[in-house]
Design a protein around this ligand. Structure first.
Ligand code: ZN
Length: 420
């Protein structure tokens, strides 16, 4: 299938209008509230999307109490037997920078020079920050104004899916099977699939999250992720009379973490290298608590790290008699390649679509997690497709308008590949 010029023009206009509208709703999630959704603002965008899906005539439009939005697009006539698939994007934005009162700037016909911001004259985006800018000369680039993030992560994904739905409704020549549209809350705090209706999603063949970065990107791998909670129980004694009695928990903890190899930390690793990351340590002489994450593409490497922590615990308990160290590991998510390898056609159809949209496929891996990883583990193979945003979670976040358009085309082409 080829996407006609008329459809392309329609997409270009529709997706930009939607994107610029959705980013005005502040949907910052929070890892502190403990509620579902984590912030009530996310419900506002959810309600908007529900209304728009109803207007577009989709079936079973649901906006549930947790903030998830679901809807069904029935198959094109004659394609009722084609596999059912889903497209997903997340409603929330990262709390790394404010998402309130986003004022966008469109830098038309980008010329390769530094991009500046009206509300922060110290902030610039240069080719050094983002070498990909060199490939975007001549394109229109959208940024925020310097005091907020843009929200392309993941309102670009939402706008692209909504535009694809609009195009399917308007142009019957765009063939597709049954499609479930799903927008999730709280992805940025790792809870995007916590309350998802798996009974509904598991009836589908596969899903595609529109949550990747650069145009052409297709992600089938992510970290294998563990969390370690470490508690040091010492003994507090008056410091003037503490000789051979005190076991200073926070001091012991500091020595313990100095044994973590420095070359296996986030600031010393890249690409396919894994790490230990100590991100919280607090306490006193009596007790100290630490939180650490372990990340690797290879789960055996994470097991090795857990064994090392276990051996450190034994060594330290032997070294400081009376000290107790409690060590607890939880598996946060798994590398989705493990699950996607059993369904190679899922990524293949996306690859074919990206090429048909006129882009080069950039097979990539996520040095982090994605909703798709958890969905894949729960039985719905879900790779991650580019949404187009760059320098995400930052006030420097930007997106070329062309990416919005191409991701929408890729969605239409993927759906078509599943009925061919
Ligand atoms: Zn995202």
């Amino acid at each position: 299938m080829e996407i006609s010029k008329e459809v392309q023009d329609f997409i270009q206009e529709n997706v930009l209008e939607r994107f610029l509208r959705y980013i005005l709703v502040d949907t910052t999630s929070s890892d502190e509230t403990g509620t579902h959704p984590s912030t009530p603002e996310q419900l506002e965008l959810g309600r908007m999307l529900k209304e728009e899906l109803l207007e577009l005539g989709l079936e079973n439009v649901i906006h549930d109490e947790y903030g998830y939005v679901y809807s069904d697009l029935p198959a094109s006539q004659g394609y009722e037997d084609a596999p059912s698939i889903s497209f997903l994007a997340h409603i929330d934005t990262s709390q790394a920078a404010s998402g309130k009162n986003v004022k966008y700037q469109i830098h038309k016909n980008y010329d390769g020079s530094d991009i500046t911001f009206p509300n922060d004259d110290k902030l610039t985006i240069s080719v050094k920050d983002s070498p990909e800018l060199l490939e975007m000369i001549g394109l229109d680039i959208i940024t925020a104004s310097g005091d907020t993030l843009l929200g392309a992560d993941d309102k670009a994904g939402i706008a692209e899916i909504m535009t694809a739905v609009t195009a399917w409704k308007k142009y019957p020549e765009l063939k597709h099977g049954h499609i479930v549209i799903c927008f999730t809350p709280d992805e940025e705090i790792g809870e995007g699939t916590l309350k998802i209706d798996m009974e509904k999603m598991n009836q589908l063949k596969c899903g595609y999250t529109l949550d990747g970065g650069k145009m052409g990107e297709l992600e089938t791998e992510c970290f294998d992720a563990w969390k370690a909670e470490i508690e040091f129980i010492g003994l507090s004694v008056h410091p003037g009379y503490a000789k051979n009695k005190m076991i200073n928990a926070i001091d012991v903890a500091a020595r313990f973490f100095s044994q973590i190899p420095e070359f296996e930390t986030p600031e010393r690793t890249e690409k396919r290298e894994g790490f230990y990351h100590l991100y919280d340590l607090k306490g006193g002489a009596e007790k100290a608590e630490a939180k650490m994450i372990l990340r690797d593409f290879n789960e055996e490497e994470n097991k090795r790290r857990m064994e090392y922590l276990q051996s450190l615990k034994n060594t330290f308990e032997n070294l400081y008699r009376g000290l107790e160290i409690k060590l607890e590991f939880t598996h946060s998510y798994e590398n989705m390649i493990k699950f996607l390898n059993s369904y190679p056609e899922v990524a293949e159809k996306a690859e074919k679509a990206i090429i048909a949209a006129g882009l080069e496929v950039n097979y990539s891996y996520i040095r982090g997690g994605t909703d798709g990883a958890r969905l894949s583990a729960k039985g719905l193979p879900t790779p991650n497709l580019f949404a187009g945003g760059m320098l995400l979670h930052s006030r420097k976040e930007y997106i070329p308008t062309k990416a919005l358009q191409k991701a929408t085309e890729a969605i239409l082409l993927i759906a078509n590949n599943w009925v061919e």
